[in-house]
Design a protein around this ligand. Structure first.
Ligand code: AP5
Length: 280
């Protein structure tokens, strides 16, 4: 998998835009030419960059898992990946928070575990994820599974249902950075976007005023969540060794995305090449 890190498709990387996602979201991607030179304004600067065309079909059928410690940047990268590759983003944590918000029995049970930074039992999580993966859009577009599996039993359960990833991305970030990221994280309940008060601040006062914080985003709770992650990560990794790409998640989000983008582009090329060979 090391070859994935040398894709020629990433022509140039943005230099520290304040919000790369703003840029991606503001474009009509389907109308881009294959390689487009564009300009956009952030609240700090105006930049020029060559951007590889994002075609809504380029990631078609791709099956991606993304993993990493709490606040390693999974959600942030998923926003960028889905914008470019149009995969169905399925985040185990979001599914659980939706159950909590709906006041369901599963949600009530799940919250008890989440407050302690522990894994929610398989009988709740596995079914939830399996049901979402089984919906037609996931099969048609491909999927991006975020924060699942977190144990070997979750991995084998998914495999038993016939869901097998093409690639397993692991974001690696040192612990002191993780705590800082958790404590500064804020969410926009209107757009669902993830912010950080220092690294990715809200663009306007209006957005800043409505930002919320997750109930498990305290220094005390993130240490428990980290403990749980550290106890389980090796057993999960050992099951996906041959398709794992480790990414330095401590870099800027644009640089992290450039590495992931490169890996996914190479994967698509390899899949297309093997499809071509099979057809010949
Ligand atoms: P979940 O919601 O999945 O939380 P998590 O794994 O702890 O991950 P986070 O969402 O906290 O972080 P992230 O990696 O998405 O980082 P983000 O992009 O937001 O799970 C919550 C709980 O649900 C678990 O503890 C467990 O109880 C339960 N659960 C979930 N899945 C389960 C499963 N499969 N089985 C059982 N239980 C399960 O970034 C964080 C911050 O950093 C943001 O402010 C962001 O702006 C900033 N940031 C991101 N990238 C960068 C960067 N490169 N540079 C600077 N800042 C950055």
């Amino acid at each position: 998998m090391a070859s994935y890190l040398n894709s020629s498709m990433v022509l140039s990387k943005p230099k520290q835009p304040a919000s790369h996602l703003d840029f991606l979201n503001s474009q009509h991607l389907s109308s881009w030419s294959p390689i487009t030179s564009v300009r956009w304004r952030t609240h700090h600067q105006r930049c020029s960059v060559q951007q590889v065309r994002a075609s809504s079909s380029m990631g078609k059928g791709l099956k991606v898992m993304i993993s990493g410690a709490p606040a390693s940047g999974k959600g942030t990268q998923c926003e960028l990946i889905t914008t470019k590759y149009d995969l169905v983003h399925i985040a185990a944590g979001d599914l659980l928070r939706a159950e909590i918000a709906a006041g369901s029995q599963s949600g009530k049970q799940a919250k008890e575990y989440m407050e302690k930074g522990q894994l929610v039992p398989d009988e709740i999580v596995v079914t939830m994820v399996k049901n979402r993966l089984s919906q037609p859009d996931s099969a048609e577009k491909g999927w991006l599974l975020d924060g699942y599996p977190r144990s070997s039993s979750q991995a084998t359960a998914l495999q038993a249902y016939g869901f097998k990833p093409d690639i397993f991305i692991l974001l690696e970030v040192p612990q002191d950075i993780l705590v800082d990221r958790v404590v500064g994280r804020r969410l926009d309940p209107v757009t669902g976007r993830i912010y950080h008060m220092t690294y990715s601040p809200p663009e306007t006062e209006e957005i800043a005023a409505r930002l919320t914080q997750r109930f498990d985003d305290t220094e005390e709770k993130v240490k428990l969540r980290l403990q749980t992650h550290n106890q389980n990560v090796e057993s999960v990794l050992s099951l996906f060794e041959d398709i794992t790409v480790k990414v330095d998640g401590s870099l800027s989000k644009e640089d992290v995305f450039a590495t992931i983008d490169s890996a996914l582009s190479d994967l698509i090329k390899q899949k297309n090449a093997s499809l071509g060979m099979a057809a010949a």
